[in-house]
Design a protein around this ligand. Structure first.
Ligand code: PMP
Length: 415
């Protein structure tokens, strides 16, 4: 029961095989979603009989739910090293909703500049594109940028208001030097926003020590179920203005002529919140906090195993850096075999689950694959026409604590 696989619900699943014995499912798609941990399952089971409306009812169940909800804010703040005096934790559905909420709440003007990068997942690109002018730090074909490139973008005129950067790439597992980037932005008075969807499940994050102002992440990538994520944000950022979602719970008083908004964080909590999901998220955060040391060694071994196995496959081209500290994530293409075919055959013939495509990071894939402007135009033309004849993309394998080195070897053999 102490093996990492047994700490997860569904970490050891078998799938039926027609005419044969069930086959163990090798899940190499943890960057998309992770199975729940037993600690999360236990927390949810204990809490289910008790859940009730938060901050509304007077009864014991409602009081208990409200207390657990508020405790979860403290647990999550502690988990990411946020100062509860200056920062508050909101519980949007996921990273996407968190960043949409934030981009709205910053009340950016059309002329405000947001510095972001070509590495970003669409979740950390499109909300900013909607509300402000983007200034993009580009990457070379290796899929990385230098701190100096970020500094140059921060120093361009007009001065940016926000730096929005990913803590770790969901495609290549690359880890930008967040400390250096955040320090440069802070020095210039630029708000440092980190998309922590991939980073938070894999690395201990200390917002205060690193100089991160805002952090967004998703419970379902850290062994909690779908539907609860976190936005850890300075209280001052939310102090004024209308909330992203308006409705019950977000107000002190309402008439047809006037609304008096509630204080932070209630202002951003319109509607009945997902208190079960939030309890699960807090349990997942606690579980990760307890197990960092052992997991970091395991992950480094997985990165080495991936590098080793993939290097021996004929005709395989890795995308992104293959040296330095990275998450156990790897993207590649196989000469002569479309990415969709590789992924389908891994699933159907070997019981190995991976993902293929552009991983919600089209600009990044464009650069990693070295697509020409003409090829990008064709991709867009086909998308507009609802055709998929020349769909660019790659195969991605990604690990979590349930991945064993033997799984990576099975992948290598299958490829
Ligand atoms: N950012 C990154 C880096 C991600 O990997 C993902 C999920 N693929 C997201 C944002 C969006 O997360 P969610 O779908 O949970 O909103």
């Amino acid at each position: 029961t102490t093996s990492p696989r047994n700490r997860l619900v569904g970490g050891d699943l078998h799938i039926p095989v027609a005419g044969g014995l069930p086959r163990r499912y090798v899940d190499l798609d943890a960057a998309a979603t992770t199975p729940a941990s037993r600690a999360v399952l236990d927390a949810v089971q204990d809490f289910l009989p008790w859940y009730s409306s938060v901050h509304r009812g007077a009864g014991a169940k409602s009081q208990y739910s409200s207390a657990r909800y508020e405790q979860a804010r403290e647990t999550v703040a502690r988990f990411v090293g946020a100062d509860p005096l200056t920062h508050v934790v909101l519980f949007p559905r996921n990273t996407t909703e968190a960043l949409n909420l934030l981009a709205f709440r910053l009340r950016l003007g059309r002329d405000d500049v947001v510095v972001t990068t070509a590495v970003e997942h669409h979740a950390n690109l499109l909300p900013w594109r909607r509300h402000a002018r983007l200034r993009v730090v580009d990457v070379g074909q290796e899929g990385t940028f230098d701190v100096a490139d970020v500094v140059a973008a921060l120093d361009e005129h007009p001065a940016p208001r926000v730096l929005a950067v990913s803590g770790a790439s969901n495609v290549t597992g690359w880890l930008p030097d967040l400390g250096a980037i955040a320090a440069a932005a802070r020095e210039r008075g630029v708000l440092v926003v980190v998309d922590g969807a991939q980073l938070v499940p894999h690395r201990r994050v200390d917002m205060a020590a690193t100089g991160i102002d805002v952090l967004a992440f998703s419970g379902h990538k850290m062994h909690a179920p779908f539907g609860a994520g976190a936005l850890v944000v300075p209280r001052r950022v939310l102090a004024d203005g209308e909330p992203f979602l308006v409705g019950g719970g977000a107000v002190k008083a309402v008439s047809f002529d006037e609304v008096i908004w509630a204080d932070v964080p209630d202002r951003d909590d319109a509607g009945s919140p997902n208190v079960v999901g939030v309890v699960a998220l807090a349990a997942a955060a606690e579980e990760l906090r307890r197990s960092w040391t052992e997991r970091l060694d395991d992950e480094a071994a997985l990165v080495r195993a991936l590098d080793h196995e993939l290097a021996t496959v004929p005709g395989l081209r890795r995308l992104g850096p293959v040296s330095g500290d990275r998450l156990p994530v790897a993207a590649f293409v196989l000469d002569g075999t479309p990415h969709a075919v590789v992924a389908a055959r891994l699933a159907d013939e070997y019981g190995i689950g991976v993902r293929n495509g552009c991983f919600c990071a089209h600009p990044y894939l464009t650069r990693l694959l070295g697509l020409s402007d003409e090829e990008v135009r064709r991709f867009h033309d086909e998308a507009r026409a609802n055709r998929r004849d020349h769909l660019p993309g790659a195969v991605r394998v990604s690990c979590d604590q349930s991945t064993a080195p033997a799984d990576i070897q099975a992948l290598g053999r299958a490829l």
